[in-house]
Design a protein around this ligand. Sequence first.
Ligand code: NDP
Length: 366
Amino acid sequence: MDLSRRDVMMAAGGLAALTLPGADVRAQPGRKLGYAIVGLGGYGLGKIIPEFANCTHSRLAGVVSGDRAKAERVAAEHNLPARSIYSYDNFDRIADNPDIDIVYVCLPNAMHAAYTIRAAKAGKHVLCEKPMAISVAESEAMIAACKAANRKLMIGYRCHFEATNLEAMRRARAGEIGKLRYFRSEHAYPQGDPSQWRLKRALSGGGSLMDYGIYALQAARYMTGEEPIAVYAHESTDRSDPRFHEVEDQIEFQLEFPSGVIGSCLSGYSANQNHVLLLGDKARIEMEPATGYAGHRLWVGNRRDTEITPRPGPGKTQWAGQLDHLAHCVIEDREPIVSGEEGLRDMRIIEAIYRSARERTRVVLA
Ligand code: NDP
């Protein structure tokens, strides 16, 4: 921290300078920031924890789980001390653990708000998985809690760190396909076990849109660089299918953008597709698979004539880029590029999409 900044902080609030995000980290140059993973499931354990091996500024420093034996096994595999293993009941004691700078919430959607707020109150920065919560009200409470605690809040929108998506965004913004006219994306995968939390409204907050359609919505916003001004949605769900007693299967939504771009998105839990198409008045940008874990392909031009090899992304992998980005933001006291406010924007649109489908009407966004 430079002197002038410190002087301003001291003048503004005395001790405030001592609680600046990252002030403690800046005092220990070279130290990797410690993450605690909350929820050792498919994503937290299967995907995120192995990615610390690809990180430069982040490391695993704690685990939070309802399954003590699993947590102990993971901790042993990663040389974590017993004091860095937490349950959901004693999670708040994480406040006393200086090894942990950031809490990464990898829980069912309906638990995101509670654990983000508890983490912020414990003085930790937060990376929270998508969707950031199950309502606008919860999302606003999460942002407020992190602000009040002077902690960073980032949402796990990994595509912002993925090379192919970054290349596609860059080319769209540079005007390579001319004036943007139309965006289309389908995000669908077949759901299995009807008893899983993703199909229970109380834990998921909704069906395919909360889980996978959010990628189409995100892509519509980051590929066009615009915010939709109205939505129109239509749902089609076979309610006799045991998977869909509580949540939607297919939901199609149209987005109206201020420039006149039309967005057309499909979200589903009973088909298989991962695709983004952006049409300009000169050419098109297409990605398929667009937002997956691997194997992304990108074409720019007319139809699929020219396949592009993207420039490298910011990290060895999209996950390492994401984890290290928040670490950087903490160290440098910057806002993450996918902040809580970015998650809130999606939640506002998601609520409007559900309302439009329910009321069969076009919903104007504020
Ligand atoms: P899983 O079901 O695989 O894991 C969730 C974990 O949460 C469980 O293993 C459990 O961990 C913990 N948990 C605590 N309470 C409950 C409960 N009542 N029911 C079920 N699990 C509970 O889910 P995922 O890991 O696939 O998803 C977690 C989050 O990550 C979701 O918000 C999802 O949207 C997001 N996600 C993001 C992806 C991305 O690419 N960005 C990809 C996949 C998921 P424990 O046993 O340790 O207590």
